[in-house]
Design a protein around this ligand. Structure first.
Ligand SMILES: [Cu+2]
Length: 111
């Protein structure tokens, strides 16, 4: 076999191994807490598909990501990043807020 064919076969083999694992991993969606605000304050995601919110707190105080509609709350210490798995959502708007600083709020828009 020539070298090029070997590389193609190796790539196909890797794709077969990595493919299902990648398909099973929900996409990650970044959310920042900075200067007392969520950035962005509207997080757009696909409806009917789970995802992982990757929340980074750039502030110097702990925050608590909380959403009644999502039945989720998670402390995000100052300067840290946490991951929160969110179930597949029907199309709609899902408000969230920082339970330690309630005027800091945002929403997830699933569409
Ligand atoms: Cu709370």
């Amino acid at each position: 076999m020539n070298r090029r064919l070997v590389l193609v076969l190796v790539a196909m083999g890797l794709a077969m191994v990595a493919g299902p694992a990648l398909a099973a991993d929900p996409p990650e969606v970044a959310l920042l807490i900075e200067n007392g605000k969520f950035q962005p304050d509207e997080v757009k995601v696909k409806a009917n598909a789970p995802f992982i919110l990757v929340i980074t707190n750039k502030g110097d105080k702990a925050a608590e990501f909380e959403s009644k509609d999502l039945r989720t709350e998670k402390v995000v210490p100052a300067g840290k990043t946490v991951k929160v798995r969110i179930r597949a959502l029907k199309a709609g708007t899902y408000p969230f807020f920082d339970d330690f600083n309630k005027q800091t709020s945002g929403r997830i828009l699933a569409e």
